[in-house]
Unconditional design. Sequence first.
Length: 608
Amino acid sequence: MCGIVGYVGNQQAAPILLEGLSKLEYRGYDSAGVAIYDGDKIIVEKCKGRLSVLSERLQGGLKINGTLGIGHTRWATHGAPSDVNSHPHINKDGKIAVVHNGIIENYLKIKDFLIKKGYTFVSDTDTEVIAHLADYYYNGNILDTVINVINKLEGSYALGIICKDNPGEFVAVRKDSPLIIGLSDDGNFAASDIPAVLPYTRSIYILEDDEIVILSRDSVTVYNTEKEIVPKEVFNVDWDVHAAEKGGHEHFMFKEIMEQPKAIRDTISTRIKEGKINLDDFKLTPEYIKDIDNVYIVACGSAYHVGVVGKYIIEKLARIHVDVDLASEFRYRAPIITDKTLIIVISQSGETADTIAALREGKKRGARVLSVVNVVGSTISRESDDVIYTWAGPEIAVATTKAYSTQLSVMYLIASYFAQEKKLLCENDVNRIINTMLQLPSYMENIIENKDNIQYFASKHYNSKDIFFIGRGVDYAVALEGSLKLKEISYIHSEAYAAGELKHGTISLIEDGTLVVALATQEALFEKMVSNIKEVKARGANVIAVVKESNKEIERVADSVIYLPDCDDLISPSLAVLPLQLFAYYVAVMRGCDVDKPRNLAKSVTVE
């Protein structure tokens, strides 16, 4: 949530900050601002609304001169979106400017203390206390000042700070909120995520908690809170810079849907060697796998829906008991954990605050943690015992598509690997599963080729008021994701239900013309789903069924049908989710919604 960019160097800062912030728009925001030192004073420009409003006001950054500055896109937590609540925030005489990502949990206590000391506040934010606290502690040494400030803060933060008395440098520090440092011959950067600095450098430092960085035009020095210099290893970004661009597509989301076959190939292909699943990413021995007493899959949002599918396939193939927990609930329910418990945490960004907290709770209780993440060097990847990277590449749209699909592919790999190492699968079974997974990208390409049918269905139903998704088994898990995708980008009320639960109350909501999307991809459950479709049809529902090509008889009961290639039930969730993603996308576009940046949402939820 929120985006921070800082720059000090040889070039004008304002255009660089605006460009960097534009690369972070996917994180979600409701206002934007910059603070630039112009050689005489710190100039702050900020406003509510889109970054384009700020950019127009600053004439693309040409209106302010200065080679040192910090910028911010804000997602409101404390105080409504407004010009005043926007970042940066400054101290009383405008000498110090601060941008902040995170939440300061004890800000009211600090605010009361500062008010008693004579400070006045103009905003409702928790961030303004940092600017005034820095003023209170400022002694001419910015490093000492920052250390004193962060020693008083409770909560999560990534900070960028500039001070008029230090015209050639700025300070960055993080705790539980992401921040990276970009290194170049033409200046140095701080940012919330790598895409913000990619146009200028591929060399970065990944900061750890409580590391404080002093950046100048020619140097970057990292300190700990004891003022000791911390040596850092340079991480070289190997992304294609164009991977973070739209590539001619109208929206990032559509581009990322189209990229899923390639992303899954990248995730799977190198992990299948000589007819076996080979996961060099972690060091779980066959003995450890055999002794696992329980697996917890812990995640948020779409990653949680991946976990629901993961439960089905791990239990089916590896015969290990699995619980799936929302990360925001996991650590509050005193989970039963032993030294034989494995926790699998799933997060695209690797910076999801609730998931990080759950990971730490699990490790504190003695569990081993395996993470499934996309971002190399993220907090979750660094704090886990083992990591499997999805290699999905940058995902810019807030609504996840290819990250979800690659995470799901990893769950197939984990389940199959566990079963393989426990010797629960014969050679023929292993070969069947491997061949099934290797065919997945081509199956997805087949669905994409027929996307016009899905666009047609969207054109018939984009004005729906309520839409229900139903399914059984893994189809129910996919229904959860299909419903979430629709509601988050189209703003249509949508719910997902296990089809067998319809008659326990939900069916009372079905009325004449209600759209029901029914997933029926599991052969053993197909006839039961046909019965459920008949139930909602009898109450007036309009039904779109998602089935495999061989199940043509569904046409007798459904109003419309989306066909998937005939495939093993194991991988049908990966295929079934694709038309649901496309349906949500087309509906949102037809409703005129901001598909890549839906209202009130952020890509990386870095606060609890």
